[in-house]
Design a protein around this ligand. Structure first.
Ligand code: GRF
Length: 201
């Protein structure tokens, strides 16, 4: 079994996967990021499929926007690139691009039920990009993380594991997210290991 990990940010969860000895074959990124540099330093195969190259013209501030982002073509190309590098199972670890259904359907559905994600809340509470901020804003006294099978709908799909963490007095997004990520660094690698074990590769 060979694992692809998708990153966009600091890659601390990728580091935890490597420390856990998961068979990471390739790391994919949608932008240059620390996660990609970690992969390179570990001598792993990497794929940088820059989201910006699948996006319409930059706006007046020089930023590329979601408008015109060719999600379907991007997702298909990413599936082909990961498969070309031998990936059987894909784990998103702070990946900033929502995969289109074309990713899951690629090559007759090769990656259907083969993509996992970790999300920094106890789903179905607080889906979306601002899960930590939203939990704080709601006054929740606990939050946590959810590892689930990814489907084309965002932060949905069968839940494989969850772990709660307390929200402490005085928490801000950074302190709460770091407490949640500490849980993710344990729960996600262990859940991936159990998942691939059950696949009987
Ligand atoms: C994690 O909290 C993950 O759930 C979220 O992004 C964070 C990634 O952290 N989607 P890192 O980049 O691995 O440090």
């Amino acid at each position: 079994m060979r694992l692809a990990v998708l990153v966009s940010g600091t890659g601390s969860i990728l580091e935890a996967m490597l420390d856990a000895g998961l068979p990471v074959q390739v790391v994919g990124a949608d932008r240059p990021c620390r996660g990609l540099r970690i992969a390179e330093a570990a001598g792993l195969d990497t794929v940088l499929l820059a989201r910006s190259q699948w996006t319409g013209a930059p706006d007046a501030d020089g930023r590329t926007s979601n408008q015109g982002f060719e999600r379907e073509g991007y997702s298909r190309e990413l599936a082909a690139a990961l498969h070309g590098r031998g990936a059987d199972v894909v784990a998103m670890a702070g990946f900033g691009t929502v995969l289109d259904s074309s990713f899951f359907a690629w090559d007759g559905g090769r990656y259907r039920e083969r993509v996992l994600n970790t999300h920094p809340s106890l789903l179905p509470a607080f889906p979306g990009w601002h899960a930590v901020r939203d939990a704080l804003a709601a006054g929740a006294d606990e939050s946590g993380c959810t590892v689930h099978l990814a489907i084309p709908e965002v932060d949905a799909g069968p839940i494989l594991a969850q772990r709660a963490v307390p929200v402490r007095h005085g928490d801000d997004v950074t302190t709460l997210h770091e407490r949640i990520k500490a849980a993710e660094r344990e729960l996600y690698p262990a859940t991936i290991a159990a998942f691939v074990n059950d696949l009987n590769f």
